[in-house]
Design a protein around this ligand. Structure first.
Ligand SMILES: C[S@@+](CC[C@H](N)C(=O)[O-])C[C@H]1O[C@@H](n2cnc3c(N)ncnc32)[C@H](O)[C@@H]1O
Length: 226
């Protein structure tokens, strides 16, 4: 388990506390539409932290080619139709460049600054000079608006129970996913990043914001700064 991450619930759990069975049940939202609106048709997408392919599969259906990366073999077993690579993102060095590199699921908020820097370096290493990096970041009041819950129409409830300072600017977030027949919990470290801080860390990594893709600025299209 990665430091500061814990989880409970049935089935295999990834080093960052994600449950494979839970992610197999979660429906996809607007992510594929947001992504499709920001990249050329038929682009080759390097998806970092793909999980079971919740977003990968709709992207394949839309005609994109996807290389899907995750450090969990149990997650990758459920991905079909994409080339899969089992690796920590930090260590990934494929010697290839992609039209699009995608760092979704708020991974840019890694609690450990060195991990975050390594994630962004992996994005920069793999993006083509004329390509883009799509990043999903947390909403502005994400850590203040707690506790909160959302009842999904498909029949489960997700709760962000708490977000407590855990030292050095990181927060420990506790989440619960309650289904009629199973409950999963996840505790993970997340480093809040206001818009200015987020843009600064992109600059440090050699990227710049091209545009925000959603009104809440949670999806970002970044490009190489040089
Ligand atoms: C929250 S899940 C989301 C999965 C998928 N992106 C989705 O939206 O359904 C995060 C996934 O990223 C993977 N992951 C997290 N940090 C990683 C890292 N540093 N290197 C490789 N995989 C990582 C986990 O194993 C997990 O499958």
């Amino acid at each position: 388990m990665r430091a500061g991450h814990q989880a409970t619930g049935p089935g295999a759990i990834t080093p960052d506390g994600c449950a494979v069975e839970l992610y197999s049940r979660l429906p996809v939202g607007t992510e594929p539409d947001v992504i499709a609106s920001a990249v050329p048709a038929g682009a080759h997408i390097l998806e970092l932290g793909c999980g079971v392919g919740r977003v990968t599969h709709p992207l394949l259906e839309r005609g994109f080619t996807v290389t899907a990366v995750d450090e969990s073999p149990a997650m990758l077993e459920r991905v079909s139709g994409a080339r899969t690579i089992c690796s920590p993102i930090e260590d990934l060095d494929l010697g290839e460049q992609f039209d699009v590199v995608m760092l979704g699921s708020f991974l840019v908020h890694a609690g450990d600054v060195e991990v975050r820097q390594a994630l962004l370096r992996a994005c920069v290493r793999h993006v083509a000079p004329a390509g883009c990096v799509l990043i999903q970041r947390e909403g502005e009041d994400w850590h203040n608006d707690v506790p909160r819950e959302r009842v999904d129409p498909s029949g489960f409830t997700v709760r962000i129970v708490s977000s407590e300072p855990a030292g050095d600017g990181a927060h420990s977030v506790h989440a619960e996913y309650e289904f009629p027949d199973a409950t999963w919990t996840q505790t993970f470290l997340s480093r809040p990043l206001a818009r200015e801080q987020f843009e600064e860390i992109l600059t440090e990594a050699g990227l710049k914001v091209d545009r925000y893709l959603t009104d809440d600025r949670t999806w970002v299209r970044a490009v190489p700064a040089a």
